[in-house]
Design a protein around this ligand. Structure first.
Ligand code: RB5
Length: 165
């Protein structure tokens, strides 16, 4: 059996943790593709979130791993890509349920909010669990249908009128 493919990316605030988790994944036998960045120079997190999320949604990776300062910007952006279920793994409990109930396909960490040891632990917990299916599959199907209903509405923000007051 071939090992799962993991696509990793970060911004400058997540760079060190991204490198740390990449090394950890390689040591565990995963095939890892790093979309960058290659230095700690300041970059914009949406560019790397999109690069990872679009590869996972397109089937080039089995799992995405993203790191920014808090994880929040990466999470907001990755979840804009249809088919992506991105979750911040901020505790062992969250990591367990992100797999069991949400079947997350992109996992996110905060380079400024957790230690590398914590992030490795959360990643381990996530990887050891399995999706429970059943009623949780029905809920994921609802998310998929919501994406389908909104696909035409969001292009270029054409239909979005800012509210006053
Ligand atoms: C970068 O300074 C920081 O805003 C970013 O890493 C992230 O925390 C955004 O959500």
């Amino acid at each position: 059996m071939t090992s799962p493919r993991v696509i990793v990316g970060s911004d400058h605030a997540g760079y060190d943790l991204k490198e740390n988790l990449k090394e950890y994944l390689v040591s565990k036998g995963f095939r890892v593709e790093d979309v960058g960045p290659d230095t700690k120079d300041s970059v914009d997190y949406p560019d790397y979130a999109e690069a990872v999320a679009s590869r996972v949604a397109g089937g080039q990776g089995d799992l995405g791993v993203l790191v920014c300062g808090t994880g929040i910007g990466m999470c907001i952006t990755a979840n804009k890509v249809p088919g992506i279920r991105a979750a911040i793994l901020y505790s062992e409990f969250a990591a367990r349920y992100a797999r069991m109930h949400n079947d997350a396909n992109v996992v996110i960490f905060g380079g400024r909010t957790m230690t590398p040891e914590e992030a490795r632990k959360y990643l381990d917990v996530f990887l050891q669990e399995e999706f429970e299916g059943g009623r949780h599959r029905r809920r994921l199907e609802k998310i998929k249908r919501l994406e389908e209903r909104n696909r035409g509405n969001c292009e270029g923000g054409k239909d979005v009128v800012p509210q006053k007051g």
